[in-house]
Design a protein around this ligand. Structure first.
Ligand SMILES: *Cc1c(COP(=O)(O)O)cnc(C)c1O
Length: 378
């Protein structure tokens, strides 16, 4: 059985979680939360970040910090997880969906300027499959129009764009540490505050709208209610799990990349024969081996391929179902045909199993079955 995802848990995770359990803080912002910040500072040069209860709530914090509200528009891809767009809707703002590129399956930056109206306030980008978007171009467009850019780097921890880390490529970045992501804490995430002016407010929003963090730091004696907020901070027990994973950063990355690279090498011949399409990673990008997608010839073949793989005990998975044609997207006024590339690729892309417990032999077995099945179907 080759599962789609399996978290990699060792004695290191057990040891840190047990230590946290007997430590002095079970609620948020204990020793392990600080240790996690230290890892991100050391590895990616991140000076300001806040752990959250999920990638979803990191995006919700970013949306609050964006100051978007009713009557405002936010440009966002439809080819993403519901959380990216829910964060916008929860503020009462309207998501303006942007189509994707045919090569990276990321938001097509050449379409953005035509979507900007006097109501546009922000752009939420998504680093699909751990490959960062064309952030220099997007930031330039945003600066010209006075828009804030939020980078949903949920999948892209450790990826780089022109030598800079995903999550640090715009004013605010969001990570996910869900168990299906590269580095997990079960459920969790973080908001990266790259533009310093958002930090004080971010701390308050994360602590139920209070300035509790300033009291803890001894800056004020008593805390009080200052702003909108919620309980966005995770328990230090979960931070201990994430810290353990971050101490295994290179090992986990290498294991994922081994599987990714095996898929890439072994499936080349199928691409040459026109049986499938493979991911394209731009030269100025390094990716973290988060996801390996194949583009199949049709939705029908994708369905048959998936069924046959599952019969063999291998679990591939469909990627995103485009949001604009989902029931909520239709309710917002979107219709089929509006984003042709998203609709086409959304119906034909398929994710292969990829996690840090997989071996090269597992990856070879997936390739072998893929070859056999596609040669019989196409
Ligand atoms: C996983 C994911 C999220 C949500 O993260 P959670 O931690 O599961 O809430 C948001 N956006 C993208 C692009 C994701 O892949």
């Amino acid at each position: 059985m080759i599962k789609f995802n399996k978290p990699s848990i060792t004695e290191i995770e057990e040891q840190y979680v047990l230590d946290a359990l007997h430590g002095s803080v079970l609620s948020g912002d204990g020793k392990y939360t600080d240790l996690v910040y230290g890892e991100f500072q050391k590895r990616f040069g991140i000076e300001r970040m806040l752990l959250t209860t999920s990638g979803t709530t990191a995006l919700e914090m970013a949306a609050i910090l964006s100051d978007i509200g009713p009557g405002d528009e936010v440009i966002v891809p439809s080819f993403t997880f519901s959380s990216t767009v829910n964060a916008i809707l929860l503020r009462g703002a309207y998501p303006v969906f942007c189509d994707i590129r045919k090569d990276t399956w990321n938001m097509d930056e050449t379409l953005i300027e035509d979507l900007i109206t006097p109501k546009t306030k922000a752009i939420f980008t998504v680093d699909y499959a751990g490959v960062p978007c064309e952030m220099d171009t997007i930031n330039k467009i945003a600066a010209k129009a006075g828009l804030l850019v939020v980078e949903d780097a949920a999948q892209a921890v450790g990826s780089t764009y022109k030598g800079r880390y995903a999550g640090t490529l715009s004013e605010l970045g969001c990570y996910s540490f869900h168990e299906t992501k590269n580095y997990g804490m079960g459920e969790g995430g973080a908001i990266v505050i790259n533009a310093e002016q958002y930090m004080d407010r971010a701390e308050i929003i994360r602590e139920k709208g209070t300035n509790r963090r300033q009291v803890i730091r001894g800056m004020v004696d008593k805390y009080s209610w200052h702003d909108l907020g919620s309980s966005f901070l995770p328990s230090d027990l979960l931070a201990a799990l994430l810290y353990a994973q971050m101490t295994r950063y290179e090992e986990i990355m290498e294991k994922r990349l081994l599987v990714w690279n095996t898929y890439m090498e072994e499936l080349q011949s199928l691409e040459k024969d026109g049986l499938l399409g493979l991911p394209k990673v731009p030269e100025h990008v390094t990716h973290n081996g988060h996801m390996f997608n194949i583009l199949l010839p049709s939705e029908e073949i994708r369905g048959e391929y998936s069924d046959k793989m599952r019969e063999k005990g291998i679990q591939p998975y469909i990627c995103y179902v485009p949001l604009h044609t989902a029931p909520k997207g239709l309710q917002l006024g979107y219709r089929e045909g509006m984003l042709p590339v998203t609709e086409d690729y959304g119906s034909r892309l398929m994710r292969l199993p990829l996690h840090a417990c997989m071996t090269r032999e597992d990856a070879l077995a997936v390739c072998e079955e893929t070859k056999r099945i596609l040669c019989s179907l196409v």
